[in-house]
Design a protein around this ligand. Structure first.
Ligand code: ACO
Length: 325
């Protein structure tokens, strides 16, 4: 069996920062509330003329460089986003053009914040069947452009970023085990509207705007803790390993309390977890690859280390992957 291995990572966050003092100036909130209830201190915000494909191109280019490849080596680009530039063309096709990845097929997919793990699972299938050798996964979102800055329950959480990885056919161990699932009964727990004229959804929003994200925070929190702990345990069990074998866990970075409760359920301590939440907030599917890239750059992951990536998000969806770096 051919192995699928991550051979390069890349991340990008925009320059502009909204810190908690700024959030205090626009909604009825406080630094103390935000830090205690979420753990977020700052979020990076895209410029007015900066969109998902702009950020995705930068992160994708870095991942290809770090993999020691050229854009022409890429056979497939898959891109996870819930804030596309257009419904069509796909962001993946725009990124393919921007990078000059002339040999790559390209498509977008939507698994919300579970997008990076879903992408690893898609890539693994194409590589193990021998269909493709080098796949670029890009996760990018401009959540700030879909955020209602009058809604204090969501606006303090979100930021913008892009993260990317090149997954390639390898003789070395790479992605070992995976788990992915969905619970559509929770579909309306996190919503962002498109064509459907859903009056009930519009009514829920503070400013009754059709173009902003809404969520049932408490319900998502409850779902997320169990989903992340269960999925992580499954990938470790499937590999016949225990938590002692795992060097680092990189979870979706939505809320420190979710991470804290999930790791207690996993029975591990925080020194095994890598967080960027404080600096970037929840940047959707890019949270995991951006954090992964920073963990590698910071020397927190060494060759041969076993790492668990675990996410949850809109849908509701979840996914985990155990890999050897
Ligand atoms: N500042 C001050 N008070 C606030 C703020 C704020 N920014 N936001 C909410 N509150 C208030 C509420 O109005 C409420 O006031 P009330 O008691 O007078 O009604 C009180 O705080 C408690 O509200 P809760 O919603 O119960 O607060 P909770 O502890 O659940 O925290 C939060 C809210 C942070 C949203 C939390 O539920 C959460 O993080 N949920 C999960 C979010 C998540 O992971 N989403 C994934 C999204 S994925 C995607 O779409 C990209």
């Amino acid at each position: 069996m051919i192995n699928a291995k991550i051979i390069g990572l890349g991340g990008y966050v925009p320059e502009k920062v909204y810190d908690n003092a700024y959030m205090e100036s626009i909604v009825d909130t406080s630094d103390e509330w935000i830090v205690r209830r979420t753990g977020v201190k700052e979020r990076h915000i895209s410029a007015d003329n900066e969109y998902t494909t702009d950020m995705a191109t930068i992160a994708g280019r870095k991942a290809i460089e770090n993999a020691g490849l050229t854009p022409e080596d890429i056979d497939l680009i898959i891109l996870a986003t819930v804030t596309p530039d257009y419904f069509t063309p796909s962001c993946a096709c725009v990124v393919q053009r921007n990078l000059g990845a002339v040999n790559a097929a390209a498509f977008d997919y939507n698994a919300a914040c579970s997008g990076f793990v879903a992408g690893l699972i898609i890539a693994k299938q194409f590589i193990q069947t021998g269909t493709y050798k080098n796949i670029l996964i890009v996760c990018a979102d401009v959540l700030s452009k879909a955020t209602d800055y009058e809604d204090r329950a969501t606006c303090v959480l979100f930021g913008d970023a892009a993260g990317a990885a090149v997954v390639s056919a390898s003789e070395e161990t790479g992605i070992m085990t995976t788990d992915m699932g969905a619970d559509g009964t929770g579909a309306m727990s996190i919503t962002s509207l498109a064509y459907r004229n859903d009056e009930e959804e519009i009514e829920k929003r503070v400013a009754h705007r059709k173009d902003t994200v809404w969520m049932a925070g408490q319900a998502v929190m409850k779902f997320a803790v169990k989903a992340m702990a269960d999925a992580s345990q499954k990938v470790i069990d499937k590999a016949g390993l225990t938590w002692d074998d795992i060097a680092l866990v990189i979870p979706h970075q939505a809320n420190y309390r979710i991470v804290d409760s999930a790791i207690k359920r996993m029975g591990i301590t925080e020194d095994k977890v890598f967080l960027t939440l404080e600096k970037y907030g929840n940047t959707s599917a890019s949270c995991i690859p951006v954090a992964f890239n920073e963990a590698v750059e910071a020397g927190r992951i060494k060759k041969g280390d076993k790492v668990v990536l675990v996410g949850f998000g809109g849908g509701l969806t979840w996914g985990a992957a155990l890999l050897e770096w």
